[in-house]
Write a protein that binds this ligand. Structure first.
Ligand SMILES: [Zn+2]
Length: 274
């Protein structure tokens, strides 16, 4: 499933190829995604893409018509920019041909993604976006903001940081890895996160996500290749999926348990209870 770093890499990869381009034709082969594709999408012919932004895992393609195309990649979606005449592969559902002959093509085998049109002025209050917490890599995500969000939560810290109302984009792998780097036990009740721990955790979340995006940079060219899937990337993991293997720092075997129905990995020596 594309996580925040993959979505950000997608944004960076395709942005230079769509910015300033006018929409020449919209082709919708299937509109039955997680929600029906907005019929307004076809009405954007003639509009120009003026910005490609991201909020959480939503890509926001803003046009000069005051409307934006919201794209979520769901479980299996991908976007690429290819020549408009390129063969349609199975599961290619939407093509937005741009002036100049290139096409933004949306591919999604499981059709759990979204392609919606919304006025730019209404994006912040859009039902999908309005309750989202801060961006992990933004200046608004600080130790103080995190502690404030957690002060009444007795759930485990691992579960809390995966809650999009607390902070967006911290998926299961990144939650385990961030807690390891911050030296925090994943079982810690969220409201017991001290100030020094919050400082370390916020820094670790930013570091883990930024590293993953940086690694994704090497795959940017894949977004303009017409064959194959975009190459997603795996950074070196310290604890995730390493049950029983020696900790890379202290050699203690990595532990695994299930928290909030998600597999959780940690080193009991590096991530002490207190
Ligand atoms: Zn360790």
């Amino acid at each position: 499933m594309p996580e925040l770093p993959e979505v950000e890499t997608t944004r960076r990869g395709i942005s230079p190829h769509v910015m300033g381009r006018r929409i020449y034709e919209v082709i919708i082969r299937r509109n039955d995604l997680r929600q029906p594709v907005s019929p307004e999408l076809a009405g954007l012919e003639g509009a120009e893409f003026v910005a490609v932004k991201r909020r959480s895992k939503y890509l926001l393609f803003e046009t000069d018509r005051g409307e934006a195309v919201i794209i979520h990649l769901g479980m299996s979606g991908s976007l690429r920019v290819i020549p408009a005449g390129a063969d349609w592969k199975k599961h290619d559902h939407i093509g937005i041909t741009m002036q100049g002959g290139m096409q933004l093509r949306y591919h999604d085998p499981r059709r759990f993604g979204l392609v919606l049109v919304c006025p730019i002025a209404g994006l912040e209050s859009h039902p999908l976006l309005k309750d989202l917490g801060p961006e992990p890599l933004g200046e608004m995500f600080t130790a103080q903001v995190l502690r404030d969000a957690l002060q009444n939560k007795m759930i485990r810290i691992k579960v809390a940081i995966m809650d999009a109302k607390v902070v967006v984009g911290v998926g299961n792998i990144y939650a385990s890895e961030s807690l390891f780097r911050a030296g925090i036990d994943p079982m810690l009740p969220a409201n017991k996160l001290t100030k020094p721990k919050a400082v370390r955790l916020v820094a670790a979340i930013k570091e883990v996500l930024a590293e993953s995006i940086e690694q994704g940079g090497t795959t940017l060219r894949d977004f303009i290749k017409s064959d194959g899937e975009p190459g997603y990337f795996k950074q070196r993991l310290y604890v995730y999926d390493r049950k029983g293997e020696p900790c890379r720092v202290c050699d203690t075997p990595i532990l695994q348990c299930v928290l909030g129905q998600r597999s959780t990995y940690w080193c009991a020596a590096c991530q002490k209870k207190r």
